[in-house]
Design a binder for this molecule. Structure first.
Ligand code: UT7
Length: 328
């Protein structure tokens, strides 16, 4: 049986930025508060682009770095909570069109900030079942389209961007293990309440700003730290791997304090841990592939390195993955 391998990575961020100093002019906040409580200095904001365009640009980088012809891609799956269109068509269908790929499987998934881990599990299953050979997975977000820039508790956190990977059938360097989970009991703590069947579009829905992200930040924070830590302990124990054997620990980038708390509990060193939240903010489904791409471009990630991914987000959803980077 062929194994699923992550053979290439790519990312794209829109050129415009929104700094803490810009936010100081929009809401009652300060650069000092934001840096101290989140570690975020700036985030990228898409002004003229939509999610499928961000995703396509990230995908083109990953495709160019892979040793396959673009026509060998037989599925595209996009994880996003800020799709081009609510309901249909999927963002993945528009990415396929942008890439000139007709007649292939294309669909979106919604797993919030855990989206990339869910994508890995799906792509691995599709490849190891023999159904597909080369799956393009993309986490892409234009969160600025669902952020309320008058809500200081959320607007300081989120940014736009995309990250993509090619998952291909190979003989070795496989994706060793992926674990995904959810608990809908916490659905209301991190939610866009309006626009769906629970609260369809209406004048009142818009006036109450229910189309934007609402978050009980402090409660989410505590559960995130506990869950992210446990998720890593479980996947390391299951695979009989100790944390010192991990070359790079690449967690979801929501808040530097969350990353630091998890890192300390798990005894990861600074050189093992990838941190990008300071320059990108929280880019939800895009955050992990963007962070992998940063590590790759900085020369911190080589073929065969063991990487550990860990994510937590709305739903709640969470998950972790252990994989060797590169395809040969
Ligand atoms: O990616 C999915 C998962 N998401 C997360 O994991 C995010 C989790 N949550 C967080 O990152 C943090 O909870 C926040 C950054 C959102 C908030 O930080 P916090 O340390 O939990 O602050 P808090 O909500 O407990 O608020 C503390 C104080 C409050 O004032 P009072 O009531 O103590 O007077 C807030 O009103 O800070 C105030 N505050 C702010 N002050 C200045 C909240 N936001 C701001 C702000 N600027 N932007």
């Amino acid at each position: 049986m062929k194994k699923a391998s992550l053979i290439s990575i790519g990312a794209y961020v829109p050129k415009d930025t929104l700094t803490n100093f810009d936010l100081e002019k929009m809401v009652e906040t300060s650069d000092e508060w934001i840096v101290k409580r989140t570690g975020i200095h700036t985030r990228h904001i898409a002004t003229g682009e939509i999610t499928s365009e961000i995703a396509t640009k990230a995908a083109l980088v990953a495709i160019q770095r892979a040793d396959i012809d673009i026509k060998e891609i037989d599925a595209i799956i996009c994880a996003t909570i800020s799709p081009d269109h609510f309901c249909m068509p999927s963002t993945a269908c528009k990415i396929a069109k942008n890439l000139g790929l007709e007649g292939i499987t294309a669909f979106d998934i919604s797993a919030a900030c855990t989206g990339f881990i869910y994508l890995l599990e799906l792509a691995k299953s599709l490849i190891e079942s023999g159904a597909k050979k080369n799956v393009l997975i993309i986490g892409a977000e234009k969160l600025s389209s669902i952020v309320d820039y008058s809500d200081r508790s959320t607007c300081i956190l989120f940014g736009d961007g995309g990250g993509a990977a090619i998952i291909s059938a190979r003989d070795n360097n496989e994706i060793l293990d992926v674990h995904t989970a959810s608990d809908g009991n916490f659905a209301d703590l991190l939610i866009t309440p309006g626009g769906g069947s629970a609260n369809p579009a209406s004048q009142a829905m818009l006036e109450n700003k229910l189309n934007f992200i609402h978050m009980a930040g402090n409660e989410v924070f505590k559960i995130a730290v506990q869950t992210l830590t446990k998720s890593v302990i479980d996947i390391l124990q299951k695979n009989s791997i100790t944390s010192d054997k991990v070359d790079l620990f690449i967690p979801h980038q929501a808040n530097l304090r969350i990353i630091e708390a998890v890192k300390q509990r798990l005894n990861f060193t600074d050189s093992q841990c990838v941190v990008t939240v300071g320059k990108y903010g929280n880019t939800s489904a895009a955050s992990i592939p963007m962070a992998i791409n940063d590590a790759y471009e900085e020369g911190r990630l080589k073929n065969g390195d063991l990487i550990l991914l860990d994510a937590f987000g709305g739903g709640f959803t969470w998950g972790s993955a252990l994989l060797k980077f590169g395809g040969r």
